[in-house]
Design a binder for this molecule. Structure first.
Ligand code: MTE
Ligand code: HPA
Ligand code: MOS
Length: 757
């Protein structure tokens, strides 16, 4: 089954915010942002901007009637800067004009006088100066301090991990329509309609019901629109509310790149102790997260870093420390994996260092320490599934790891200028929002008398295929054709109190709510069918392939007939239902609990060829065994595995996010920020799905898929590193990402570079 909206995409009909027909009198907003990373605002002169023909007005923080600060976890972020600025790209004023071009032009005429203040861009600097957000966290299992004595080998090291730009195709945008009274309708490219509703209501002093947020689909979010879409919708709403005119705000690509936060860079220290056989006895890690200037979701991202600090391994003695550090960069935010990837990179680095020291293959240590069902994570939960080991063994066998190893060793022994490398990358990712209360969703289902069906959920389609999966679930639950199902826009008047579409759980939560709504309607329809069939045992009635089935036998009654008859019999053909994941809880005082409904696991093998004279490399193959449970749509899920892998490979290799010492983004366009393209991707991508018992609480035994495959990409770093080691076995290489060709070259020729210098 294809994506249900593929045809609209192909024909260019698919609706995004600024594809909707233009309302009369629409105005365009543009943002004037701080040119310095830290400073006191002395004066702001908007005269010239106001005087420009075609400009309607300029709004500043003075024009915000009620709440001028926002943020889900800590409301510390000003909608428009007031007395100080904290990062380059921080919004200070909103210019409104008759065209987008004129509004953007007018922003260049605003004069800002600032007294520049010293800035911090490095998280460790921030930490040493006490610039932290929230409180530092520590997870403990066993007794690390005394466990070091049992270790035959202890190694230490540190990692510097780069950030990552979301690079959704559709930049941040919103269109706001003022309605009667004080009411507003917001069309926004947001993963989080309820947050947008709440923030705008608070900003304007309105009740939530006055603010309707509608989202048809996003041109990608990747976490970048979980929190940060809100800001732009709020600024457009501020203008529309004052002017009583429709207002649209669209960030250009360069504005989007400079004004929005990204994946968090981390700086981490590790210490790991093992036996001579490679059994990990103790692990200690300290994560310094570069949070940027405001809280955003940083503390939640940090929490997930703590949860995933031991990745797919059981380590009996661990101490995991993490702290969010405030710097003068755009506030960093959710991005695919949500702090998990950074954590996994560090433990994989620690294992690499042990393997290099012991002179044994990395995968020997990895395999020896893989989690087994019943093992406890440092946060107290036990892992239930055995799919981790199953994916490992299956990857090892199906892709013949021994042959890969032999082939690569043989190649390296007989080649000088080029070397090959491989790495095995197991993943284990916790499924559920780590903030327990967010694990809730609802759905609204209508059946029309012609048998067609309308489904609204609290989930947002962002390209991940949610609509297709919800439609498949609805068709299966009703026992009818998929073509009967329409997935509606996501709208705060139809579904209230949504959680963000995030944490890979959108189908899990909203799909389960959809099934519950459908069960209500089915119960009523089956009672009617029983009456029509003249039988008493309704439990023997089902609907399959649009036919009413009684005691396993198809009857003459059809779905279409039943829908029509129910309407005539005055039976309610609509239902709303709610789902909250059962069994979750986490005690932040003890740092123990059961934060996840389940874990998604898999294993990848990455192979590369390195040109040791040029530093360039090719990714030859990525071979994956992944656990989807019983997929509701394997094609969509395969797309998620491939897409996540691509993004993960890019993060580790060529996506080089560069800020200079002034806090200025240097990689500020697509000529100097490179993402993987079709040529960069490996020629061979083999993906096998684990045959599973489907033991998961997600709809029909499926499993979440959005984020976990991202982390397969981490393998490429260690594959390249292995090739570097094959070329210069005596050298020590850094655990610094991304491992761009430039960095590879500089590391391989450090001595020569020193000589030249
Ligand atoms: N896939 C596409 N095409 N576009 C996206 O924006 N976001 C990713 C992932 N896959 C994203 C995507 C992220 S960060 C998450 S959390 C999940 O999709 C969210 O959707 P889900 O909960 O339905 O998996
Ligand atoms: N993942 C993604 N987004 C979130 C989470 C999470 O665990 N918690 C809060 N927002
Ligand atoms: Mo995804 S980072 O949880 O939007």
């Amino acid at each position: 089954m294809k994506r249900i909206d593929a045809i609209y995409h192909v024909k260019g009909e698919a609706e995004y915010v600024d594809d909707l027909p233009l309302p009369a009198e629409i105005l365009y907003a543009a943002v004037f942002a701080s040119p310095v990373a830290h400073g006191k605002i002395i004066s702001l002169d908007i005269k010239d901007a106001l005087a420009l023909e075609g400009i309607v007005t300029v709004f500043t923080t003075e024009d915000i009637p009620e709440s001028s600060q926002w943020g889900t976890i800590i409301a510390d972020c000003p909608l428009l800067a007031k007395d100080e600025v904290q990062y380059i790209g921080q919004p200070i004023a909103v210019v409104v004009g008759h065209t987008r071009a004129i509004a953007q032009k007018a922003t260049k005429l605003i004069r800002l006088e600032v007294e520049e203040l010293p800035i911090i861009v490095d998280p460790r600097d921030a930490f040493s100066r006490g610039q932290i957000i929230g409180t530092p966290r520590t997870f403990v299992l066993g007794d690390v301090d005394s466990a070091w004595e049992e270790c035959d080998l202890i190694v230490e090291g540190n990692c510097k991990i780069g950030g990552q730009e979301h690079l959704y195709l559709e930049t941040q945008r919103s269109r706001v329509i003022p309605l009667e009274g004080n009411n507003l309708r917001i069309y926004s490219a947001t993963q989080n309609p309820t947050l947008t509703q709440k923030t705008i209501a608070q900003m304007l002093g309105l009740p939530c019901h006055a603010v309707e947020v509608d989202v048809k689909r996003l041109g990608g979010g990747f976490g970048g629109k979980e929190e940060q879409a809100t800001h732009w919708a709020a600024l457009a709403a501020l203008a529309a509310w004052h002017l009583r005119k429709p207002v649209e705000l669209v960030l250009s690509r360069s504005e989007d790149l400079t004004m929005t936060g990204k994946r968090h860079p981390y700086s981490s220290d590790f210490k790991i102790g093992v036996t001579n056989e490679g059994k990990i006895i103790a692990y200690e890690v300290k994560h310094y997260q570069n949070a940027g200037a405001y809280a955003d979701l940083s503390t939640a991202v940090l929490e997930r870093t703590l949860f995933h600090s031991t990745n797919a391994y059981f380590i009996p003695n661990t101490r995991i420390f993490g702290v969010s550090c405030r710097t003068n960069l755009p506030p960093n935010t959710a991005m695919r994996g949500f702090g998990g990837p950074q954590a996994m990179f560090v433990i994989e680095s620690a294992i690499a260092k042990v393997a290099e020291t012991l002179g044994i293959p990395r995968e020997e240590i990895q395999q020896k320490n893989l989690l087994r069902p019943g093992n406890r994570f440092p946060y107290g939960q036990e892992i239930q599934t055995d799919s981790l080991r199953r994916t490992w063994l299956e990857a090892e066998q199906t892709y013949n790891l021994t042959a890969i190893r032999d082939r690569i060793n043989h190649y390296n022994a007989s080649h000088f200028e080029t070397k090959k490398g491989y790495a095995v990358m197991p993943i284990c990712f916790g499924i559920s929002f780590t903030a327990t209360f967010l694990n809730q969703a609802s759905a609204l289902v209508h059946v029309y008398p012609d048998g067609s069906v309308s489904v609204t959920t609290g989930g947002v389609e962002m390209g991940q295929g949610l609509s297709t999966k919800i439609a498949a679930i609805a068709a299966k639950a009703f026992g009818i054709r998929l073509q009967r199902i329409k997935i509606e826009s996501t709208n705060t008047t139809r579904i209230a109190n949504m959680s963000a579409s995030a944490a890979s759980v959108t189908t899990d939560l909203n799909g389960n709510a959809t099934i519950r709504a459908i069960v209500q309607i089915l119960d009523r329809l089956i009672a009617l069918a029983a009456k029509e069939l003249g039988v008493k045992d309704g439990e023997n009635i089902a609907i399959a392939k649009e036919k009413i089935v009684y005691a396993g036998k198809e009857t003459d009654l059809t779905w279409e007939h039943l829908a029509k008859a129910a309407n005539l019999a005055r039976i309610n053909l609509s239902a709303h239902a709610f789902y909250a994941t059962p069994g979750l809880g986490f005690d932040r005082d003890r740092e123990k609990g059961h934060p996840f409904a389940y874990h998604v696991c898999g294993t990848a093998i990455v192979e590369i060829t390195l040109d040791c004279l040029r530093g360039t490399y090719e990714i030859d193959a990525v071979k994956i065994v992944h656990d989807l449970g019983r997929s509701v749509n394997e094609l969509v899920d395969r797309g998620q595995v491939e897409g996540g892998l691509a993004q993960g490979l890019g993060w580790m290799t060529i996506e080089d996010l560069q800020f200079n010492e002034k806090g200025e983004l240097k990689s500020n366009n697509l000529a100097n920020y490179k993402i993987p393209d079709i040529y960069f991707m490996p020629d061979i991508i083999d993906i096998k799905f684990l045959e599973n018992d489907g033991n998961s609480p997600a709809p029909y035994g499926s499993k979440a898929v959005g984020e976990p495959p991202f982390m397969y990409g981490i393998g490429v770093f260690f594959a390249i590193r292995q090739a570097m080691k094959a070329f210069k076995p005596e050298m020590e290489f850094a655990f610094t990402s991304p491992l761009t060709p430039e960095r590879v070259l500089c590391e391989l020729y450090t001595d020569q570079l020193k000589e030249i210098a």
